[in-house]
Design a protein around this ligand. Sequence first.
Ligand code: NAD
Length: 535
Amino acid sequence: MHDSLPLNEPVLSYAPGSAERTAIRAALQHHAGRVTEIPLFIDGQRIEGCSSEALHAPHDHGRRLALVGQAGAAEVRRAIAAAVRAQHDWAAMPFDSRAAIFLRAADLLAGPWRQRLNAATMLGQSKTVYQAEIDSACELIDFLRFNVAFARAMLQQQPLSGPGMRNAMDYRPLEGFIYAVTPFNFTAIAGNLPCAPALLGNTVVWKPAFTASLSNFLFMELLEAAGLPPGVINFVPGSAAAVSEAVLQSQDFAGLHFTGSTEVFDALWQQVAHRLPTFHAYPRLVGETGGKDFVLAHASADADAVAVALLRGAFEYQGQKCSAASRAYLPASLWPRIKARVLADLETLRMGDVEDLGNFMGAVIDRKAFDRIDRYLRQARADGHRILAGGQCDDSQGYFVSPTVIEVDDPQAVTMREEIFGPVLSVMVYPDSDWSQVLSTVDGTSPYALTGAVFARDRDAIEEAARRLRFSAGNFYLNDKPTGAVVGQQPFGGGRRSGTNDKAGSVLNLQRWTSPRTVKETWVPATDYRYPHMA
Ligand code: NAD
């Protein structure tokens, strides 16, 4: 099966003088002075004229990027009706024809659409060009191509057919529509959540995150350009609570494909449970949620490798990756060197407008995120924790939070337990001899279990950590940072309160979007009810 897998999309460098650098500048320029009107897409139609909300650039909140149409209950009902209507023909279409649409979308994105999506992700979600490239280009292209390969392999899984019969597994879509609710922080995830179920013949109502509307809208246009038939994916930006309320009133609701915070997934699950008897079938609930991801170093670790993993793992995309390193456990013997390296590198790290390609960081996503992070920092100061670097919040131009390192003595400090979702790393230094105890602390501190990284050269330490932390992370890294999972290489998802761990970008996720029918055909049916023993 692996012989037929696609290759991961190569990451472009955007180094000075490169063609892609010229192209991204032109794509960014396209948005200068422009306010994009973002409609709803229902049944292949752009729905304009709804009320709208203004979307601003996080790093320049005076800059209006778009006016985002807001679906009300009536539009949501239209979207559901369109999805339900479209299902018959879409499900009946041969798999290869459906796959061709997504493969075409991947090639359009790898080629002419690449910088359009990257520019929208940079401006709307405040990603640097590299962070946009690995997300809205490479990861999304990979999702589109790998899902086709994984789905094809799944369809080939067929039961045995004994003598006198034919047995088959008919991979039907779920009956009804799938509700895709997507997060702001990855354009790739936003694109994948509606597309993965659609590939298997499901139809979808997609509610994007408001702050990711610009890139998500362009992806919707890209799917249209790739030939996605009307009604297969219906795009309904709008008030999250209102859209969900309208969606869950439908008896045709067949599944939820969610990525976002644990609280919101909990609330949706409870709403679904409350209405369970009203649905035609038991809905599938797939949700990837929050994290409190750790970096644990053993005394045998390479201090420089730990320092770089912390810098990249904690601060890339302003710490707004579900996989971001946000708590670190470092041995006292290595701490002086790690600390010196981290603090020295932070001095050189630039933050600012993402259109300045010299910056390593942009702004956090919106006012709400900025205020939340600010509250955590104030509390950390009030609690007497030492802020070794950063700690400044400045919203005069954009929502900027400087990369922050907090040293705590209490392993149960709030910043060691709760997801902050910003550029804030909490560090606890432990005596080297406490290694074994620290493993229990790492495992028991937070309710999440998404990603985690262990640095060590000592093989016994690696083995012990892998064993003792088996359930602490769904994506477990050895001598590498806990971020940057690649489709097809590190299928992604966590356990405990980090989600249902259905591993986006793998066959495990695709299996959730099919309700197989088993078919047995007998060549020569029995013509006598009596068995031989009855003679
Ligand atoms: P969020 O929960 O605020 O929003 C996610 C989506 O849910 C958005 O579309 C939002 O509009 C919608 N939503 C919000 N309130 C709702 C409600 N009451 N009813 C229905 N829908 C509602 O999350 P976010 O800020 O977009 O993303 C950050 C979170 O996502 C973090 O917790 C992060 O860890 C998590 N995340 C997890 C993964 C993963 O794979 N585990 C990946 C990316 C992000």
